[in-house]
Design a protein around this ligand. Structure first.
Ligand code: 13P
Length: 260
């Protein structure tokens, strides 16, 4: 293993699976996958499945992540779920996914408040950042990534920042985007370099070395190993390919081989 940091393989199931289907998936996965101290496999089901899966899951084998939550801890917010209500079920929470930014109009302020709420509640936020196709075409990749990183971490102190995981998710490489295309390893390497340089500027070099940076554009069983080999990339946030047990297991196997 070349990195002192852990490897993360995260299944973002998005709005798929009933609690029953999620439970069956977990049961099958538990029988097939052996994890290690250096490899953290995380499942992010819909909010409705978090409580039942938390009773079923072996937390030494897998952890759970929320896909979304509201940043206030309680109050009159019809239809919302606070991280304080689900924190006993999860260890991680995805924040700022592009589907939330662009389909549900989450602002940078909402995202910063969610990162802070997760930290306040003892949950590790997985902050997703990444440029759109429009921004890339216009030469705004660097400024978009820098702005999202800066805004997302706005309320996070130097003491807490290494509790945040960053996922680089170029929007144009996510399967839900029209005409999505695979990202080139060189582009991902540049993005992770930019992310670490900015963390170094904001919080110092030692923190930049400590923080985990994942890749969250489309990956599958065939491409996972190539993405995991990019220097500075500490794991994958997987969408579509995590819905099929076989392909998700192959991605986990690729991560294990990479660590050997
Ligand atoms: P796909 O793997 O379906 O492209 O989605 C990636 C993603 O959005 C991970 O959060």
């Amino acid at each position: 293993m070349t990195s002192p940091r852990k490897t993360y393989i995260i299944a973002n199931w998005k709005m798929n699976f009933t609690p029953g289907q999620a439970s069956l998936y977990l049961q099958r996965l538990s029988n097939r996958v052996q994890t290690s101290r250096d490899l953290q496999v995380i499942l992010a089901p819909s909010t409705i499945s978090l409580q039942p899966l938390s009773l079923q899951i072996n937390r030494r084998q897998f952890k759970l992540a929320a896909q979304n939550f509201y940043w206030r801890d309680f109050g009159p917010y019809t239809g919302e779920t606070a991280i304080s209500q689900i924190r006993s079920f999860v260890d991680y929470a995805i924040v700022g996914h592009s589907e939330r930014r662009y389909l549900f109009h989450e602002s940078e302020q909402d995202i910063a408040a969610k990162v802070a709420a997760a930290i306040r509640n003892g949950v590790t936020p997985i902050l997703c950042i990444g440029e759109t196709s429009f921004e890339r075409k216009n030469g705004e990749t660097k400024s978009a990534i820098s702005a999202q990183l800066h805004e997302g971490l706005h309320d996070i102190s130097a003491e807490d920042v290494d509790k945040v995981i960053i996922a680089y998710e170029p929007v144009w490489a996510i399967s839900s985007t029209k005409n999505a295309r695979p990202a080139k390893p060189a582009d991902i390497a540049d993005a992770q370099d930019l992310i670490r340089k900015q963390i170094a500027r904001l919080y110092g070099k030692a923190t930049a070395e400590k923080i985990s940076v994942l890749y969250g554009g489309s990956v599958n069983a065939d491409t996972a190993a190539g993405y995991l080999a990019i220097p500075g990339i500490d794991g994958l946030l997987v969408g579509d390919a995590s819905l099929v047990g076989d392909s998700f297991c192959s991605i986990i196997e690729a991560a294990k081989r990479y660590q050997e």
